[in-house]
Design a protein around this ligand. Structure first.
Ligand code: PFF
Length: 455
């Protein structure tokens, strides 16, 4: 039997996990959610969710993944022998396929806009023209589908090369570039006249804006942004080395992910504060593909440089996220069904290509086809983000907090007694056992619309 792959260095493991977490959810989702939910008040709740729910659930997934060095199904079979709990792995696998399908449609748009930016077409138009260009592009039956397929092909090529030569190498290369681009944008944003207004909106909480709905949106955003609840983090942790400190890695991942969301806020709010405050979540596509390219034209140096940099940033961030989503089913196909890496990656890619094209066509020929009143694209977002992720989060918290052997959890958290989490152990276990599941159940019920009547 061949030896199971591992990330070669601790830095590589962190870069890959941060690469998974940092994506469209941070650079685009966070500013939009914060903007339409009161800015600073949203941020405060978001931070609370990251620390009280995010880090505990990341650690649950780390414990299961690193403790077994197996894919999600194999891990559950090992830790809950003789039970049917391993069936739960299908929740994560289905969620990952759905997320990858709708996510790669947006990534396909990013590829189109990156190419348009490089060819200079984004730096010379009027606002009306940007709007028309985006409308014509997404409703074109084939163009956006083709870019979705192309993006999934790039994703395939990275994944096929495996953990060390594919995922770790790409993450080590792209994550530093991503931070540099973000910082260039932030420095520029801070020099604008509107910087003060943008930053005060983000950093001065107005508590009158704090409603249960804001709190619940912040929780959902934290969940998606940290990639938790669908065993993505679990799968990456199964490639960690036994010497990697789990608590420290989890904290670093959560802090860096939050830092990127904040930097994205600092980069976008001064540029587009009036647009973001005036619109709801549903107009967020317009922010990225219409408003920002238009506003970049007014920045020092002109629209060309800024739009190329911006879409490059989105492209890198999304690629490191999609490779992590795919790894859940690839590791499952390889280890539970004995497929080769190439075949497993191929199966995952083909399935997502089919669903990806269906999602892309939700803006074109399938725009009238609905499931529970939503297009296929909208339905996949709803089912994965509002139902399956929270369900997965509660499951992992329950599994680690209540079901598996405490000694096993302790051994993983302390690397068999060789590293310390002693001060944090009690509060951490309290969050895993009580706080995280309770908070997640609230998100879940909200996602199902059960609070609509009272909020
Ligand atoms: N965390 C990613 C983002 O913020 O865009 C999205 C994501 C990646 C969700 C991986 C789920 C996942 F498994």
């Amino acid at each position: 039997m061949t030896e199971r792959a591992q990330f070669v260095t601790r830095l590589g493991a962190i870069a890959a996990t941060v690469g998974s977490a940092v994506g469209l959810g941070n650079i685009w989702g966070f500013p939009c959610s914060a903007g339409s939910n009161g800015g600073g008040a949203f941020l405060l709740i978001y931070l609370g969710c990251v620390f009280l729910v995010g880090i505990p659930v990341i650690l649950c997934e780390f414990v299961i993944g690193r403790g077994t060095h197996k894919n999600v199904s194999g891990a559950l079979k090992q830790l809950a022998p003789g039970t049917k709990l391993h069936w739960f792995s299908y929740v994560g696998i289905c969620a990952s396929i759905m997320i990858l399908s709708f996510y790669s449609v947006i990534c396909g748009w990013v590829v189109e806009y990156l190419i348009q930016a490089i060819s200079g077409n984004l730096s010379s138009q009027s606002s009306d023209e940007y709007e028309k260009m985006f409308g014509a592009f997404v409703s074109n039956p084939w163009r956006s589908s083709l870019w979705t397929l192309l993006f999934l092909l790039i994703n395939f090529l990275v994944l096929r090369r495996g953990i060390k030569k594919g995922i770790e190498k790409v993450a080590n290369l792209l994550m530093p570039i991503l931070f540099v681009i973000l910082i260039v944008f932030c420095v520029n944003a801070l020099t604008l006249d509107t910087a003060k207004d943008g930053l005060s909106f983000l950093f001065h909480p107005d508590f009158s804006k704090l409603t249960p709905k804001v709190a619940i949106s912040a929780m959902g955003q934290a969940f998606f942004s940290l990639s938790i609840g669908l065993s993505c983090i679990l799968t990456y942790a199964s490639y960690f080395r036994d010497s990697d400190p789990l608590f420290r890695n989890a904290t670093i991942v959560a802090l860096l992910d939050t830092l990127v969301a904040l930097l994205a806020g600092i980069m976008i709010f001064p540029v587009a504060i009036s647009f973001i405050q005036g619109t709801g979540d549903k107009d967020s596509f317009e922010l990225v593909f219409v408003t920002l390219p238009n506003l970049f034209n007014g920045l020092p140096g002109g629209g060309f440089v800024w739009s190329v940099l911006f879409f490059l940033l989105l492209f890198f961030a999304s690629l490191t996220s999609t490779i992590s989503m795919s790894e859940i089913s690839i590791s499952f196909f390889q280890e539970e069904h004995g497929m080769s890496r190439t075949k497993a990656t191929g199966v995952n890619t083909i399935v997502c290509m089919v669903f990806g094209v269906l999602c892309a066509q939700s803006f074109g020929v399938l725009s009238d086809f609905t499931i529970f009143g939503k297009t296929i694209f909208g339905f996949f977002i709803f089912l994965s983000n509002d139902v399956l992720l929270p369900l997965g989060g509660v499951f992992f918290a329950w599994f680690v907090g209540w079901f598996i052997d405490k000694k096993f959890v302790d051994n993983q958290l302390t690397n068999f007694g060789t590293s310390e989490v002693s001060v944090w152990r009690k509060p951490l276990m309290f969050c895993i056992r009580y706080i995280a599941p309770m908070v997640i159940v609230v998100i879940f019920l909200y996602g199902l619309g059960l609070f609509d009547a009272i909020l």
